[in-house]
Design a protein around this ligand. Structure first.
Ligand SMILES: *[C@@H]1O[C@H](CO)[C@@H](O)[C@H](O)[C@H]1NC(C)=O
Ligand SMILES: *[C@@H]1O[C@H](CO)[C@@H](O)[C@H](O)[C@H]1NC(C)=O
Ligand SMILES: *[C@@H]1O[C@H](CO)[C@@H](O)[C@H](O)[C@H]1NC(C)=O
Length: 771
């Protein structure tokens, strides 16, 4: 743990070049060590060096950026397609589409279809006209805005007369027998024809000139746009853009099944039924068997084994590694148009898609150990797919029609769902093979009230209800997730411990009122008791997003306030059993009935300034919760960044108040009101994400404790790998096996030759013989 923290801070400062300059002295160390320290110790030392170097290399360096992350930049459904300029040399297309309630201008390369630039306008455009390099945008109220068509800058000369450039002249085009036929203007004879796909929808763009060249773009029902350029009666270039994955409504993910893991589980369960000695023998036998099979596979050739050890890994090995480290996950997403697609989370590759035609998908959930996936909609239809073989097309298992629902929520890992009817009634759907046996406490909320329920003996009963004040409205809510907590307390500089309040049934919610006051309340979700309230009366601007997340013993929230100066704030409330060091209230090993819990937490809070508007926040999740938690911030400017929780600590105090002992605490920092953006922590690098208003920010744990996958899904899709405490549990692929092997062999050789020399010398010394 300590190592991982340190490395995190070091990698921020160390760059590639300084590492390269370290290389030479290290070689020196390699050769001197053996003679001075003896073979064994130097071997350990070198191994450590290599391991530490492995840690450095895996940090976010520019050569890794763009390899572990991907972005799907979408334009969305095309409203109007224009040439970007009326000049001869123009090789760009301009597309107007809808984004975030307004219109967006996108520039496409006409030759390759590549997206060059996007510019959301923030207002709606009804029609457009292009003249030379001027783009005139007609708004819904009839007024006209002029912008430069090559860069989107505002101009201030209105057109003499507006005539739309959005409706292509289709008088010479016919659509017959699944073909587009282009007719001669005068003779009405067919000049050229292009085969259209089955789901052809319409022509978006058509332009022809005298010299028998013509450009055509058509769309399909599936959301694809194909551009074809024809000159001298031959199609010269064609490209297709798939815009169907814009605007993700619901998502889930499944892990790739690892056959090796399954075998290991069988072996472990077999061992379970043996006594210790038998189990030990069994395991040794299995391991020897594996060694034997490996040697047989390599035909006992030492050369082949060493070669494999030194070789770079091939595709199949890398794939197998991704599977066994749990890095290979499949994202299953549903778009607002009802398309269901499966994406490889490593590179965004689409494996298959299914047009469900359902435009009101609420939820997608994986069931039965990731072998099935179920889709719920608002209006009632529900689909279940078998995804045992996820790489290939799914198999539709059931297509049921349920009553319309308002919301669906997965409430247990057993596969139980809580449905809320439009009228307000609730019902629970259990998995018949795996029914819920315990009492379940449920908490639901809307903008005015919190309702708590208990699911007991197959019935849902309301337990308590809290209404907020008349002028108040709930704007954010977060309950404490069930997750692993690695540490019960925080070790202070003087070796005392501050115990965290780890009672699991907690939630926080934020309300706004008419006086622009933001109130945060922390409650016990079982009893409904209010534990803590805090106010922010600095003229909070509720036009900006309010975000709230609850982590292990703290809750972090963000808001934008206008006093004393307009500024984005990020605040934290931490909960402790006691603020006195070494004072523990909860008793280890005793389970407390949540209804009789009388232990109250104590609170500390702090607020910080942040330089950018924060749109959405999330938490990194790792398998065991040992890695430091980080807050994932999605910024209004299209970036995604992470902020380690220890920076956002409620216990930071000004430098003058830190005692010498306090400074010994791990990762302690004096309080500074502003938190800067660390360039190395920006996960999106130079990318700009347009995620839209309802984007989802998620973190998927992998089987490597150090690694979590972070995605944001909305208008654009973006995923990356994040190592909040650096990659402490994995050697880098560039781990220098060859050098390590050579050093070990070298050491053995040196020992082999030095030994007799030393022995002779000792003997001569004993007999006082001179050389
Ligand atoms: C944006 O969309 C919301 C709901 O979809 C609607 O209520 C609102 O009026 C829209 N705003 C504009 C400027 O069109
Ligand atoms: C468009 O793509 C072609 C081919 O990839 C390339 O040669 C050209 O430079 C690109 N144009 C622009 C404006 O990026
Ligand atoms: C240890 O440090 C904490 C925090 O500064 C302080 O509250 C506590 O009294 C100290 N305990 C001892 C035994 O010095």
């Amino acid at each position: 743990m300590a190592l991982s923290f340190n490395v995190w801070t070091i990698y921020l400062r160390v760059d590639r070049n300084s590492l390269a300059s370290l290389k030479q002295p290290r070689l020196l160390v390699f050769t001197l060590c053996p003679i001075m320290l003896g073979a064994f110790r130097s071997f350990i030392g070198i191994t450590l060096l290599v391991v530490i170097k492995g840690l450095f290399v895996e940090a976010i360096f520019s050569d890794e950026a763009y390899h572990i992350d991907w972005q799907l930049s979408n334009v969305g459904p095309y409203q109007c397609v224009l040439p970007a300029s009326a000049t001869e040399s123009n090789d760009q297309l301009l597309v107007l589409s809808t984004f975030n309630n307004g219109t967006m201008i996108s520039w496409l390369n006409k030759t390759s279809g590549e997206l060059l630039e996007r510019l959301p306008l923030g207002y709606r455009v009804a029609d457009a006209m292009i003249e030379h390099n001027d783009l005139f945008l007609k708004l819904e109220d009839g007024s006209i805005n002029a912008v430069d068509s090559m860069n989107g800058f505002s101009l201030d000369h209105p057109p003499t007369e507006f005539s739309s450039s959005c409706n292509p002249d289709l008088s010479t085009i016919r659509f017959e027998d699944g073909k587009i036929k282009i007719m001669d203007h005068d003779t009405d004879l067919q000049i050229f024809s292009i085969d259209m796909p089955q789901d052809f929808k319409g022509i978006k763009y058509f332009r022809s000139d005298k010299e028998n060249t013509l450009d055509l773009m058509y769309s399909t029902v599936g959301g694809k746009y194909t551009f074809t350029s024809v000159s001298d009666l031959t199609s010269t270039q064609t490209w297709t853009r798939d815009e169907s994955l814009a605007n993700i409504r619901a998502y889930t993910y499944v892990s790739s099944a690892d056959p090796n893991l399954a075998q290991m589980f069988t072996e472990l369960s077999q061992e379970g039924s043996m006594n210790v000695l038998e189990a030990y023998q069994f395991r040794v036998k299995q391991t020897l068997n594996r060694l034997k099979n490996y040697l047989l596979e390599k035909k006992f050739s030492v050369g082949a084994i060493v070669k494999e050890f030194l070789e770079d890994e091939d595709e199949a090995t890398l794939h197998q590694k991704d599977v066994s480290f749990g890095l290979l996950k499949y994202l299953i997403v549903a778009t607002e148009e009802g398309k269901i697609a499966v994406l490889d989370v490593r590179d965004g590759r689409q494996l298959w898609n299914y047009e469900s035609g359902l435009k009101d998908i609420l939820n997608i959930e994986a069931l039965r150990s990731d072998t099935e996936v179920v889709i719920f909609t608002k209006s009632g239809p529900s689909l279940t797919f078998d995804i045992t073989r996820i790489e290939t097309e799914p198999y539709l298992l059931t297509n049921t029609n349920m009553a319309p629902v308002h919301s669906v929520e997965k409430i247990s890992e057993n596969g139980a769902f809580l449905f809320k009817r439009p009228g307000g009634g609730r019902f629970l759907l259990e998995n018949p093979l795996n029914p819920i046996t315990q009492d379940l406490y449920l908490l639901d909320h809307n903008s005015k009230e919190l309702n708590a329920f208990i699911y007991q003996n197959e019935a849902i009963t309301e337990t308590w209800k809290t209404k907020v004040d008349e002028q108040e409205e709930i704007v954010a809510f977060s309950s404490r997730g069930e997750e692993h907590v690695a540490n019960l307390g925080i070790v202070l500089g003087n070796r005392t411990v501050l115990y965290k309040y780890l009672y699991p049934h907690l939630a926080a919610y934020a309300t706004k009122n008419e006086e622009n006051v933001l109130t945060i309340r922390i409650i016990d979700t079982v009893s409904g008791e209010l534990l803590h309230t805090s106010f922010h009366e600095d003229e909070v601007d509720f036009n900006f997003p309010i975000n709230l997340v609850f982590g292990e013993h703290w809750c972090v929230y963000t808001y934008f306030s206008t006093k004393p100066v307009p500024e984005q704030k990020i605040a934290v409330i931490e909960l402790y059993e006691s603020l006195v060091a070494n004072e523990r209230v909860s008793e280890p090993l005793t389970e407390v009935n949540a209804l009789e819990n009388i232990q109250r937490p104590q609170f500390i809070q702090k607020a910080y300034l942040y330089p950018e508007v924060i749109k959405n926040i999330g938490l990194t999740k790792t398998k065991l919760g040992i890695t430091t938690k980080s807050i994932i911030l999605e910024l209004e400017n299209g970036q995604v960044t992470i902020l380690p929780k220890f920076i956002l600590s409620a216990r930071r105090v000004e430098e003058s108040q830190l005692s010498a002992d306090d400074k010994k605490e791990f990762m302690v920092m004096p309080y500074l009101s502003a938190i800067p953006i660390n360039d190395q922590a920006v996960l999106t690098h130079n990318r700009v994400l347009l995620t839209g208003p309802d984007s989802h920010l998620l973190s998927i744990p992998t089987d490597l404790e150090s690694t979590t996958l972070v995605c944001t899904l909305g208008h654009d899709l973006f995923c990356t790998r994040v190592f909040p405490s650096s990659q402490f549990d994995k050697l880098s692929p560039s781990f220098e096996k060859g050098k390590l092997m050579a050093t070990v062999i070298g050491l053995l050789l040196i020992c082999f030759f030095l030994r007799p020399l030393v022995d002779t010398k000792k003997l001569k010394l004993k007999w006082l013989v001179k050389d």
